[in-house]
Ligand binder design. Structure first.
Ligand SMILES: *[C@@H]1O[C@H](CO)[C@@H](O)[C@H](O)[C@H]1NC(C)=O
Length: 203
């Protein structure tokens, strides 16, 4: 009888402990999900004021765990994504300009574009560098510089797409290249909107 009781007690104890462990795990997961939800909600609502909110959201949501609900990290990440896209696009255009079957006019148009994109990359680099020194004491000056530089980067992107449009480059090449640069321009435009939003948040 004694043996029976202690057996059922230990079974009871195991069940009891198991329930506690499951409860803790479950609550931990629920808490994690809640945090994740508030992070993605923050990105969605911040992106709603940009010109391309869907692109803004899909490009940033991968970094939700890093950004959390911090507008400076959000803006910095948007700038980094834009820079990396501009660099890749510029490199791909250089490769395309060297590929066989490209006419002299196509090559010239691409080289012009690569030059303009190089300036855009420089403006974005400067902005990212300056953002890393953002403090309360230099907030207004930093944000004003970054607004100027990212606006210049956006102008470069537009110059490139317009210039390309006017050339007599073959249709499919033109469409492919334009599409890539338009993508960079849209990311740049979104980054600028987030920068403006951040700048205004302290006004
Ligand atoms: C952006 O990139 C720079 C340079 O790689 C890095 O120092 C910085 O931490 C990045 N910023 C964010 C918000 O990820």
């Amino acid at each position: 009888m004694d043996a029976m009781i202690s057996f059922s007690n230990s079974k009871c104890l195991v069940t009891f402990l198991l329930i506690i462990v499951l409860t803790i795990t479950n609550c931990g997961e629920a808490k994690g999900r809640e945090l994740q939800e508030s992070n993605t909600l923050f990105i969605r609502s911040s992106c709603s004021s940009t010109t391309y909110p869907k692109l803004c959201y899909t490009s940033l949501v991968k970094h939700a765990a890093f950004i959390q609900t911090n507008p400076v990290l959000l803006t910095g990440t948007a700038l980094n994504i834009t820079l990396s896209s501009a660099k890749t696009t510029s490199a791909d255009m250089t490769t395309m300009a060297r590929s066989r079957g490209m006419g002299a006019r196509e090559v010239a148009a691409m080289q012009d574009c690569v030059e303009v994109l190089a300036d855009s990359v420089e403006q974005l680099r400067k902005s990212i560098g300056e953002m890393s020194h953002l403090r309360t004491s230099n907030f207004e000056m930093t944000m004003s510089d970054v607004q100027t530089w990212v606006s210049a980067a956006l102008t470069d992107d537009t110059t490139c797409t317009d210039g390309f449009q006017e050339t007599a480059v073959a249709g499919d090449v033109k469409t492919a290249v334009r599409g890539r640069i338009v993508g960079v321009a849209q990311l740049t435009s979104n980054a600028l909107a987030l920068i403006n939003q951040l700048a205004n948040s302290h006004a």
